[in-house]
Design a protein around this ligand. Structure first.
Ligand code: F6P
Length: 327
């Protein structure tokens, strides 16, 4: 790996947005300018790359965005980029706009596309993990996860107030199509009585028996369910609970997309800033086709192929904590 002659870095966000993406964009732009490089913002992810939605970015274009959720570059999930023709068009647009390196901010789908693209064409790509799901290998936390779990516990604290007043059981469904990491941490943080996640087989009978034998003096109960759990989402779980315990006053709350919005937490802003700086500096150093994360406090590089499509191992200590503390 040797220093390469990059003049213009393209930056884009892709897939589901996550709080802290703007802080990452800001860090990429300002680091590139610090190193006397030009920066081009690519709008709407791979779709905008294909259709040529490019804009030149300067110091001012990223002012006052570190605190904002969402992404000023917009985002999309692109079907066209999955095709060879789509990627060819994207390459031609990049050449036309003199973009000679890319920083891709997103998750699994973003890096799957980036991996293929960087194998087919001579444009280096570095990835930053931006997803609320925290489901990428090669980083302890993804940008947006901390904010999302804090949004969940804020909501569950409020639900707990009304649950307690009415002596109710609430089944709260949180995001995580393939991953239970939002459910797991927010469940521990909100003192949930049970947490159902796709990584572990949900034994619905064990859950029912747990409810039957749980302390009778507990006036409210919260079950957190990841949307992708094998037992189904919040309504499916509630149906089974209501059939077995018609006397328990049960309600369902689906938190939905509020989990993706809002101002990023300080943890997410700092994470995004560190990764944004490292992304530009690693492109200058000649790296490509790798995702940058932070593992045990240090910058860490993972080839795209290893970062995606592997289920992150669930921390068994956290699972044990749920078991002990929810009694
Ligand atoms: O960003 C990932 C994620 O939050 C998943 O957990 C969720 O299933 C999905 O996005 C939903 O995204 P959308 O409704 O935008 O397709």
């Amino acid at each position: 790996m040797s220093k390469v002659n990059i003049k213009n870095i393209g930056v884009f966000t892709s897939g589901g947005d996550s709080p802290g993406m703007n802080a990452a964009i800001r860090a990429v732009v300002r680091t590139a300018l610090y190193h006397n490089l030009n920066v081009t913002g690519i709008l709407r992810g791979y779709d905008g790359m294909i259709s040529g939605e490019f804009k030149s970015m300067d110091r001012k274009s990223v002012a006052n965005i570190i605190q904002r959720g969402g992404t000023v570059l917009k985002t999309a999930r692109s079907d066209e980029f999955r095709t060879k023709e789509g990627r060819q068009k994207a390459y031609e647009q990049l050449k036309k706009h003199d973009v000679d390196a890319l920083v891709a901010i997103g998750g699994d789908g973003t890096f799957t596309g980036a991996k293929v693209f960087s194998e087919e064409f001579d444009i280096p790509v570095i990835g930053l993990p931006g997803t609320i799901d925290n489901d990428l290998i090669g980083t302890d936390f993804t940008i947006g996860y901390d904010t999302a779990i804090n949004t969940v516990i804020d909501a569950v604290d409020k639900i707990r107030d009304t649950a307690e007043s009415h002596d109710r059981l609430f089944i709260v469904e949180v995001m995580g199509r393939d991953s239970g990491l939002i459910a797991l941490r927010s469940g521990i943080g909100s003192g949930a009585e049970a947490i159902l996640i796709p990584e572990t087989k949900t034994d619905i009978n064990a859950l029912l028996s747990r409810l039957e034998h749980s302390r009778k003096d507990k006036s409210s109960k919260i079950i957190i369910v990841a949307e992708g759990d094998d037992a189904g989402g919040g309504f499916e779980v509630a149906k089974v609970v209501k059939e077995k315990f018609p006397a328990i006053d049960t309600r369902v709350s689906i938190l939905g997309h509020i989990q993706r919005g809002g101002p990023p937490s300080c943890m997410d802003r700092v994470l995004a800033s560190r990764l944004g700086v490292a992304a530009v500096e690693s492109l200058i150093e000649g790296k490509s086709s790798e995702m940058i994360g932070i593992v045990n406090g240090k910058i860490h590089f993972t080839p795209f192929g290893n970062a995606i499509k592997h289920n992150k191992e669930v921390n068994s200590e956290l699972l044990k904590i749920v078991e002990i503390l929810s009694l």
